[in-house]
Ligand binder design. Structure first.
Ligand SMILES: *[C@@H]1O[C@H](CO)[C@@H](O)[C@H](O)[C@H]1NC(C)=O
Ligand SMILES: *[C@@H]1O[C@H](CO)[C@@H](O)[C@H](O)[C@H]1NC(C)=O
Ligand SMILES: *[C@@H]1O[C@H](CO)[C@@H](O)[C@H](O)[C@H]1NC(C)=O
Ligand SMILES: *[C@@H]1O[C@H](CO)[C@@H](O)[C@H](O)[C@H]1NC(C)=O
Ligand SMILES: *[C@@H]1O[C@H](CO)[C@@H](O)[C@H](O)[C@H]1NC(C)=O
Ligand SMILES: *[C@@H]1O[C@H](CO)[C@@H](O)[C@H](O)[C@H]1NC(C)=O
Ligand SMILES: *[C@@H]1O[C@H](CO)[C@@H](O)[C@H](O)[C@H]1NC(C)=O
Ligand SMILES: *[C@@H]1O[C@H](CO)[C@@H](O)[C@H](O)[C@H]1NC(C)=O
Length: 448
């Protein structure tokens, strides 16, 4: 028994050592003393610095972050490098301007600038350390008083090369500058989430986002977008998502709901996306889904939400949707099917053929769509060619995975695809190894 106990405790000890050594490498600086941080507050538990209503004179901010506190900190250590904190919040201030290099040798993993009514200018060299992973600008209603302020902001952003998430919400952003994300020297190659919800954007230029190779979630909802020219939504990675061996698990989410989109807003090559996508077009003014715009999306698993649009269900121009119907092998999985539900249910009952495929009706019901949801198009994730016209028992179309997991409920749209990290993998293999050793030990244990 004793040997067994020793073995187990050794294993547990090893696991603790391993997990602590693979975990958090990040260490943050301790807070400066309270008085020297006035009017900001620094929290040693959350590693946050918050600056609020007392913040109004830009030169005082500059002095605080650039000169006074670093001097005080340097007195305690001869470390001349950056002071690192998890988060900086500038909220409810009366600042009108944020100056170049304002935060001196302070760096933050995430920064949020929110609810600053008077803030109307950001100087282009605002942040000196490009380490920030998340930047949020929210409800600063006067931030984009002129084109220069828009351009300055995107210059600031272009320098934050580690950025993973960028949010500009409710700031009246009037446009995205040409080449905003296309600086040749420094790319935002890690930016995975871009949220420009609730602004005044009217148009997206061609190839605005195509250099953002990690971009998966693009939220342009609640703008005034009326024009999506060819390649405006080119998220192509330069290679197809599937080759003859495998499909990469890439899933895009694009939200264009609550805009000013009509049938004329789209061009045949608006979308250049060679992977699975969930596209939200709800609350626009779309009457038709044009075949040459939307059919290319159905090479991969695609879900389009178009409820709350004045869809014309009678119109012959929707007949292309019938081309894609397929419903044959009940034993495996239907390769793809298209459903126009509710609004079109009466008029286009023919389209509602999914109900003829009893096994899939149950699955469809499991999607838990809200009752007024109407139009949902779903195609198989792995189909590489355009949907064929209806061919019953086409053996090619039966090569599907019987996997319905990708039909996520609509509430789980913000799916991300982070791979197994190295440390998780490492720990897992250690656990498996330990388990094997344990089993071997128990099997070879001498009888008593
Ligand atoms: C800013 O105002 C909001 C709401 O009024 C409040 O929740 C938040 O704590 C304030 N932030 C600061 C730093 O004062
Ligand atoms: C779409 O973006 C990719 C990747 O940047 C680029 O190679 C391609 O030329 C773009 N497509 C068009 C039609 O502009
Ligand atoms: C996307 O797929 C289509 C059809 O397979 C192909 O013609 C096109 O070149 C692909 N685009 C990219 C960027 O791979
Ligand atoms: C929506 O687009 C139309 C043009 O299709 C334009 O006349 C109208 O002013 C736009 N609405 C808003 C709120 O911008
Ligand atoms: C969305 O569209 C529906 C139907 O057209 C309409 O009743 C609703 O008011 C719209 N919602 C908003 C916030 O505009
Ligand atoms: C229907 O499609 C045809 C051919 O694609 C096009 O010429 C016509 O304008 C469309 N009708 C409407 C009302 O959009
Ligand atoms: C489906 O399963 C049934 C019985 O379970 C079988 O009779 C039928 O041949 C199967 N169909 C196909 C296409 O495999
Ligand atoms: C639907 O969901 C329920 C509960 O989540 C599950 O038990 C059932 O098997 C699901 N049905 C299908 C056809 O996936």
């Amino acid at each position: 028994m004793k040997r067994y106990q020793v073995l187990v405790s050794t294993i547990i000890f090893m696991m603790i050592v391993l997990s602590s050594s693979t975990d958090s490498i990040t260490s943050y600086n301790v807070c400066p003393d309270r008085q020297s941080m006035e009017p900001c507050q620094c929290n040693d538990i959350t590693n946050e610095i918050r600056c609020g209503p007392g913040f109004s004179v830009p030169m005082n901010v500059l002095y605080l972050f650039r000169d006074s506190v670093p001097l005080m900190m340097a007195a305690h250590s001869d470390d001349n490098s950056f002071y690192h904190y998890r988060h900086l919040a500038i909220e409810n201030s009366s600042l009108e301007i944020l100056l170049n290099n304002m935060f001196g040798r302070f760096k933050f993993d995430s920064i949020s600038i929110r609810n600053n009514y008077y803030l109307s200018k950001l100087e282009p060299q605002l942040f000196s350390g490009p380490t920030t992973k998340s930047l949020t600008l929210n409800s600063n209603p006067n931030l984009f008083a002129n084109d220069e302020s828009v351009n300055n902001l995107f210059t600031i952003i272009a320098n934050l090369v580690h950025l993973e998430s960028l949010t500009i919400q409710n700031c009246g952003l009037p446009f995205i500058p040409k080449n905003a994300f296309a600086h040749s020297s420094h790319r935002l190659s890690k930016l995975a989430r871009l949220d420009l919800r609730n602004n005044q954007i009217r148009q997206i230029d061609s190839n605005t986002f195509n250099s953002l190779e990690s971009l998966r979630i693009l939220d342009l909802s609640r703008n005034l977008i009326n024009d999506l020219p060819a390649n405006s939504l080119n998220l192509s990675l330069g290679e197809p998502c599937c080759d003859s061996y495998r499909c990469r698990d890439i899933h895009y989410f694009i939200d264009l709901s609550y805009n000013n989109l009509t049938d004329e807003s789209f061009s045949p090559n608006t979308f250049n996306i060679n992977c699975s996508i969930e596209l939200r077009l709800t609350n626009n003014s779309i009457r038709f889904l044009k075949e040459n715009t939307f059919r290319p999306l159905f090479r991969y698993y695609t879900m389009i939400q178009i409820y709350n649009n004045p869809l014309d269900c009678h119109h012959c121009n929707h007949s292309w949707l019938m081309k894609g119907r397929y419903c044959s092998d009940y034993n495996t999985t239907t390769c793809y099917y298209m459903v126009i539900d509710f609004v079109c249910r009466v008029e286009m009952s023919l389209y509602n053929f999914i109900t003829n495929c009893t096994p899939y009706t149950a699955r469809l019901n499991n999607l838990s769509l809200s009752y007024q949801s109407t139009s949902l198009l779903i195609v198989n994730k792995y189909l590489e060619s355009y949907p064929n016209d209806f061919i019953e028992y086409n053996p090619q179309l039966l090569r599907c995975l019987s996997d319905f997991n990708f039909l996520l409920p609509t509430s789980t749209v913000h799916r991300s695809n982070f791979p197994l990290t190295l440390s998780t993998f490492f720990i897992l293999s250690i656990i498996i190894l330990i388990f094997a050793v344990l089993v071997a030990y128990l099997i070879n244990r001498p009888c008593t």
